[in-house]
Design a protein around this ligand. Structure first.
Ligand code: PMP
Length: 450
């Protein structure tokens, strides 16, 4: 690698300077913000991306897990190009939405019908509104630290700090964004992850007000640790006892297998939210469930309980790209992804150990997340990054960038079917060099301050 970030990436720097005038902070998407400037993408092919300064990297970000086949897969490109030539969107439904809905219903037994949206945020919002419409109640339960997009109630307690998070058995509802109405905090019950007894007690106490329990079976921001069967069972039972709905957010975990996390756990949620990979790289979201749970959307019997439209919902570009991507994602593709994931988790764990850098590698299948922690990371609180952890995570992210690897700034990595074991080896080698550098610099800092 000849050009280093930030010093040598003059083109990215110049675009960012220009962006600062027309976009707040030069940014329109908080997740890609970097100081002093983000690296702008030029193009991608397979598991590689090139930035506007011509630097090539292995893509372990895959647009925050959305690109399960990497970039520019020929079958997806052909599907999208063909649809673009026939029309980008219409004020009419298209056959493509029926085809993608059928494929999803086939893979997810709990999903008999589907409603498409433009993002995972919207899918979660519509699922929570559907639960409210069905139950006539307003309280939403969600897991501390779990991310489900930007809908008000889904955002509660996304990033509490130790001074605000309260008791583990009964976490406080904390605001993520300034200006969050107190009514939103009051209408959101925060559950501790993987604590079935405490979650069951909270659900029982608030059961009569409860519309839905929103849960991700491997929540990224809460550490990317899998939910235990006992926790999921407690939520299912609590919801059944309360007459509330379980909303399983599979926006990321649909990466885990043909039947998603619900297939792996044998869980039957009332509503499932999907997004990211089902759009093949284009914007998408979906909410699905039983015919009964989805009947709130049905306009065929008069005004539905929950009217839902959207100019670009089920647009044929996203449907067509998603259909191509999902058809490529068969059992063999999942096996390939899991083997790569196992190789990367084992490789990273080994290089961190040999470098003497305390770290935990969480995740499953094609997903993993690195935490610079000595102890186990099992929930939001154990994943919580101290300033020192955050400094190491940033050094790791940047060390990878300058060794030809793109990962999420928070240590999240996701793999694509375009990757080969040799690509994973290259990522592990880059991580090993970076880990050794971090340890060396840490020793240097300590020596300098003695
Ligand atoms: N749910 C989960 C679990 C997510 O990870 C995300 C996005 N990272 C969302 C919902 C929101 O999806 P989108 O970014 O498409 O709005």
């Amino acid at each position: 690698m000849t050009k280093a970030y930030p010093g040598d990436l003059a083109n990215s720097r110049a675009i960012h300077e220009r962006a600062r005038a027309s976009l707040p902070g030069g940014n329109t998407r908080a997740t890609v913000f970097m100081r002093p400037f983000p690296i702008y993408a030029e193009r991608g092919e397979g598991c590689r991306v090139w930035d506007v300064d011509g630097v090539e990297r292995i893509d372990c970000d895959n647009n925050f897990t959305a690109l399960i086949h990497g970039h520019a897969h020929p079958a997806i490109v052909a599907a999208v190009a063909g649809q673009a030539a026939r029309g980008l969107s219409f004020g009419m439904p298209t056959l493509s939405e029926v085809e993608l809905a059928e494929l999803l219903c086939e893979r997810l037994p709990a999903v008999e019908q589907v409603r498409f949206t433009n993002s995972g945020t919207e899918a979660v919002m519509m699922a929570l509104k559907a639960a409210r419409a069905a139950t006539g109640r307003s309280l939403i339960a969600k897991v501390e630290g779990a991310y489900h997009g930007a809908y008000d109630h889904a955002e509660v307690s996304l990033d509490p700090n130790p001074n605000a998070w309260g008791r583990l058995e009964a976490p406080e509802s904390t605001a993520y964004a300034a200006g969050t109405p107190p009514s939103v905090l009051n209408d959101t019950l925060v559950l501790p992850f993987n604590n079935p007894a405490a979650a069951a007690a909270l659900i029982a106490r608030h059961g009569r007000d409860l519309a839905a329990i929103l849960v991700d079976a491997m929540p990224n921001r809460a550490g990317l640790s899998p939910a235990t069967p006992e926790f999921l069972a407690a939520l299912r039972k609590g919801a059944d006892d309360a007459g509330a709905l379980v909303v399983l957010d599979e926006v990321i975990t649909f990466r885990l297998g043909l039947g998603g996390a619900q297939g792996l756990h044998g869980l039957r949620p009332d509503l499932t939210t999907l997004g990211k990979i089902i759009g093949g790289g284009l914007p998408i979201g979906a909410v699905g469930g039983s015919v009964e749970a989805m009947s709130v959307f049905d306009p065929s019997l008069g005004k539905p309980a929950l009217p839902h439209g959207g100019t670009f919902a089920a647009n044929p570009m996203a449907m067509t790209a998603g259909l191509a991507a999902m058809r490529l994602l068969d059992g063999a593709a999942f096996e390939h992804l899991s083997a790569l994931g196992d190789q990367l988790r084992a490789g990273l764990t080994a290089v961190f150990a040999s470098a003497g850098l305390p770290a935990r590698v969480n995740g499953a299948g094609s997903l993993l997340r690195v935490h610079f922690k000595a102890g186990a990371v099992v929930d939001y609180r154990s994943a919580y990054a101290t300033p020192r952890d955050a400094a190491i995570a940033q050094a790791f992210h940047r060390g990878l960038i300058n060794r030809g690897v793109l990962a999420g700034a928070n240590g999240l990595m996701s793999l694509s079917t375009a990757m080969r074991p040799s690509d994973v080896e290259a990522v592990v080698a880059a991580a090993g060099e970076t880990a050794r550098e971090i340890v060396r610099l840490g020793e240097q800092v300590e020596a300098d301050t003695l």
